[in-house]
Structure formats: C-alpha cells, structure tokens
Design a protein. Structure first.
Length: 220
C-alpha cells in the first residue's frame, strides 16, 4: 500500500526531471521541450522507508518515457551517480530523489513484481488524516508465477544506462525499457514471459489499452 500525501513539492518532480533527462543517452527530444506527466504507478518498499514511483512522461511531442524514481529521507551512500537532486516535501521534509535503476529498493521491487506476477501498489491519499483510495494512473502486472519468498536480488553490480537500461545484480539481470509506444496501433507487448521467454512486466494506461512491455528479468 502506497500512502500519498497532499503536499507541496519544491521543486516539483517535473522541474527536477527537466535538467536531468536531456543528459540521458536514451532521451530522444530537444533539451528545451516541456515535460508533461502522462501517468504513474508505484511499488511498495517492504521496509516502508523509500517511496518507489515510476513516471510516464512526454517531452514536447516526443515519445513516452518510462522513468522509475525513488524518494528517500536521507542520501544513499555510494549512489551519487544516480541522484537527480533533492526536493522539499511539505509533509515529509527533504527528499533525495534517485534514478530507480540505480537504487536497490526499486530493483528489488521490480524483480518481485516481474517474478511473482505482482501488480502496482494500491494508492491511498492521506486527506486530513483519512485515507482515501485512488485509482492508479497506470496498471502493471508481472508475468512470473513464482510463489513464496524470493531470494533477495542483492547488490546492484552494474547499470548500463541505455534503452533498455540493463541492471545487473548478483542473481538477476533486469532490462528496463525507457522509450515506450503510447498508442495501441504502435505495437503490443514484445514478449509476455510465455513460450520460454523471460518473465516481463507489462502495463496499460489511458490511451494504451493493449499491454506494453516495460521491463524483463532473467537469471544473471
């Protein structure tokens, strides 16, 4: 369960992304293009300490971009390469914002969803102390069927920041698609984890009713 606070953010998430995205090797749009938030989904951190949110954003009239982020209450030692910056949250205070592909909490949550057939976290808005459920902006599902507790993914050993971004741990290799088709006519999910293919995470959102592949996992 993800609890979302009604809060002011300074800077906003899009303002934080605006100078960071153009430096990514997979960013396809002009640097000056204005960002638009299209949808988002969240995963749970089992420890309840780290916010795990993936944004689907568009720069100008460019394609849809798949951007996992984590929000932390303190810096993550040794992970400065993946730090976008900080923002002030009017309820939670200062938050350190990381590219999720370099954060072990996101990597573990993604692996768990893919391998167990998991879905996005339920979202509840904290409205004056009352939790009100809201519909997610995107719906995701893993194709795996493993049951019970999984072996932890362990440390993130290497991240190849292309499209897809490849995250190598000591047990798994995850591929995170960065540039997405955003219309049903473009393409359907490229592989669904059946027929011997690797398990995948697929998603839908407004304007995209046919599932599209967001990420996949294979044994390292």
């Amino acid at each position: 369960m993800a609890i979302v606070h009604q809060a002011q953010l300074k800077p906003t998430k899009l303002e934080l992304l605006a100078p960071w995205l153009p430096d990514r090797p997979w960013f396809p749009a002009p640097a000056a293009a204005e960002l638009e938030r299209v949808a988002a989904y969240r995963f749970d951190d089992p420890a309840g300490e780290v916010g795990v949110e993936t944004l689907l954003v568009r720069a100008g009239d460019g394609p849809l971009l798949h951007v996992p982020l984590t929000y932390r209450g303190a810096p993550l030692d040794g992970h400065d390469r993946w730090l976008l910056g900080t923002l002030e949250h009017s309820v939670l205070g200062r938050r350190w914002v990381y590219d999720g592909c370099g954060d072990p909490v996101y990597v573990g949550a993604l692996a768990h969803a893919i391998l167990t057939g998991g879905e996005q976290a339920e979202e509840f808005v904290d409205a004056a102390g009352q939790l009100e459920r809201r519909e997610p902006g995107a719906t995701v599902r893993g194709s795996g069927v493993r049951a019970g507790d999984l072996t932890p993914v362990g440390a993130v050993l290497r991240v190849d920041d292309g499209d897809p971004t490849v995250v190598v741990t000591d047990t798994l290799e995850l591929s995170v698609v960065r540039v997405l088709p955003d219309a049903d006519a473009d393409a359907d999910a490229d592989g669904d984890g059946e027929g011997g293919g690797p398990p995948v995470l697929t998603g839908t959102w407004t304007g995209r009713s046919t599932p599209v592949r967001l990420a996949s996992a294979r044994t390292a």
